[in-house]
Design a protein around this ligand. Structure first.
Ligand code: SF4
Ligand code: SF4
Length: 292
């Protein structure tokens, strides 16, 4: 059996077992007059990235809580329960809630997965490498007639056409966290329920993230100027990226946000007191760097 995950695909997988680079060309075009128009939105399983959530929430003029409760369902991304969110479909019907007869009702804010289709992305980081390596592959499903269209386009140009670069750039740090968490194994310890909630907050609930950053709890630990906090309140993308930095700090101890003197010791002391008061606290068994 080959070591390449793409060569080990089941025989009926829609993923084509050919690795593509940015310069490679694909034959594909999707447009409103194609016979299969909207077919791909009728049976969906779409995971959302932080920037997807932010763009959709803004496009629909909803708060984070409103968007998350109306349009998403939670799922676990790994055996430790790292939380993800997917688009919520009706129980007996897997159609996208944003699908209208004339197409996608949130086209300008459509999620990364919809932008990528019919390309798939595979990100890997080799041991000791500081950057991820991205490869692409073609997804060919029977219902999709876009592969029969007479247009060749490079992977790079297709990404530009679909606006994928911006989404990938803004989600980059968050994706690195997922890759690192999935490949770290038990070395970083099992996240506590508190850490998992914090992951959700930093990744998807931007209103609550901002409220946390503006809170006394945050000010007790982190050394961030009032000007920077004000700026985070006015700049959604900066807030999203700050959330990813916070996550790296909390999950992996990467100290990219300044911490006040003795803040960690005070927190650890308070946590010890909580554990002494309640030894069955599920947050008690975590060995990783936790500052929330
Ligand atoms: S968000 Fe738009 S493009 Fe994506 S599945 Fe829903 S309707 Fe289709
Ligand atoms: S060509 Fe493919 S991506 Fe476009 S509408 Fe048809 S099924 Fe969907």
């Amino acid at each position: 059996m080959s070591d390449s995950p793409l060569e080990n695909l089941p025989y009926n997988s829609p993923l084509q077992p050919i690795k593509l680079d940015l310069d490679n060309k694909i034959k594909f075009r999707c447009h409103k007059d194609i016979a299969c128009f909207n077919e791909c939105c009728k049976k969906i399983d779409i995971s959302l990235t932080p920037y997807d959530v932010l763009c959709l929430q803004k496009h629909l003029n909803l708060t984070s809580n409103e968007f998350l409760s109306q349009y998403t369902v939670p799922f676990e991304m790994d055996k430790d329960g790292i939380p993800g969110v997917k688009i919520k479909t009706a129980d007996d019907n897997l159609a996208c809630p944003f699908l209208h007869e004339d197409g996608c009702g949130v086209y300008e804010a459509r999620p990364t997965v919809c932008r990528y289709y019919a390309l798939g992305l595979m990100s890997m980081r080799k041991e000791n490498a500081i950057t991820d390596e991205n490869s692409f592959f073609l997804v060919k499903e029977d219902h999709c007639l876009g592969h029969n269209e007479d247009r060749e386009i490079s992977v790079a140009d297709y990404r530009t056409e679909q606006g994928v670069d911006e989404y990938d750039e803004i989600n980059r740090e968050w994706r690195q966290i997922i890759l690192k968490k999935l490949s770290a194994g038990p070395s970083i310890g099992k996240p506590t329920p508190r850490s998992l909630k914090f992951f959700f907050l930093c990744s998807y609930n931007f209103d609550s993230l901002l409220a946390f950053i503006q809170s006394d709890n945050f000010a007790e630990v982190y050394d961030v100027s009032p000007e920077e906090i004000e700026q985070l309140g006015n700049d959604d993308i900066a807030l999203l990226k700050f959330g990813s930095k916070l996550l790296k700090q909390v999950l992996f101890g990467e100290m990219s946000i300044a911490v006040k003197d003795n803040a960690l010791q005070k927190r650890v002391q308070r946590r010890r007191e909580q554990i002494q008061a309640d030894p069955d606290d599920p947050n008690a068994n975590y060995n990783g760097p936790e500052m929330v």
